[in-house]
Design a protein around this ligand. Structure first.
Ligand code: AMP
Length: 218
């Protein structure tokens, strides 16, 4: 597959696996990943000006204003490492963001990872993250050997602020209201590729690789 020139966006609800699959693609195929969620979380952690602005929005599960989000993505897309290829994970999330993106970049595919709401709730509310090394666990499907302790580094496991049940529900409603319309938007532009995001990550990754190869040859 020619990954030299492959500009992709990953769509789908929170917890659909966009971050996991894009990290696998980055590790295995070398495509740079741009995650607006990671950028915002880093800003919050470092208490930058941006972080202070978005902190309460992230904690409530809402969307950061378009103007702010578009500006940071536009700046990031001007870097040389993403001139030919990238995966945009979690951007665009509104029609206004998609319109803005169309002005400053061309896309090869919009990949939609489909997962039902009840599975999203199960996945996110059971998720535990290591405070020290960032490793991800799930209380039912991938529990640590000792409760609350990371198998890899012994660090403390915690629930991400926005993985609390009420916040996950707010993130899901923001998704249905603001982001789901992008599926029709990209379908009309003939760049939509749909993947079932409900199986395990390796199965989803393999489905993605085989479908994207065919899709880009069309
Ligand atoms: P994620 O890790 O992609 O689920 O993003 C975490 C949070 O960051 C979201 O719940 C939003 O508050 C914010 N966020 C990430 N990407 C965007 C975006 N494209 N537009 C607005 N807010 C965003």
């Amino acid at each position: 597959m020619n990954t030299q020139s492959m500009k992709l966006i990953f769509l789908g609800p929170p917890g659909a696996g966009k971050g996991t699959i894009s990290k696998m693609v980055t590790e295995r195929l070398g495509l740079p990943q741009i995650s607006t969620g990671d950028m915002f979380r880093a800003a919050v952690k470092e208490k930058t000006e941006l972080g202070l602005k978005v902190q309460s929005i992230l904690a409530a599960g809402g969307l950061v204003p378009d103007e702010l989000t578009i500006a940071i993505v536009k700046e990031r897309l001007s870097w040389p490492d993403v001139r030919q290829s990238y995966i945009l994970d979690g951007f665009p999330r509104t029609i206004a963001q998609a319109d803005a993106l169309a002005e400053f970049s061309e896309l090869d595919a919009a990949v939609d990872f489909e997962v039902k709401d009840d599975l999203i709730l199960f996945r996110l509310t059971g998720r535990r993250v290591c405070r020290s090394c960032g490793a991800i666990y799930h209380m039912v499907t991938k529990p640590p050997k000792v409760e609350g302790v990371c198998d890899i580094c012994g660090g403390e496991l915690y629930v991400r602020n926005d993985d609390k049940e009420e916040t996950v529900k707010a993130r899901l409603s923001a998704y249905h209201l603001e982001t789901e319309p992008l599926i029709g938007y990209y379908n009309k532009k003939n760049v939509l590729l749909t993947i079932d995001g409900s199986p395990d990550a390796e199965t989803v990754y393999n489905a993605f690789i085989s479908k994207i190869g065919h899709f880009l040859k069309k």
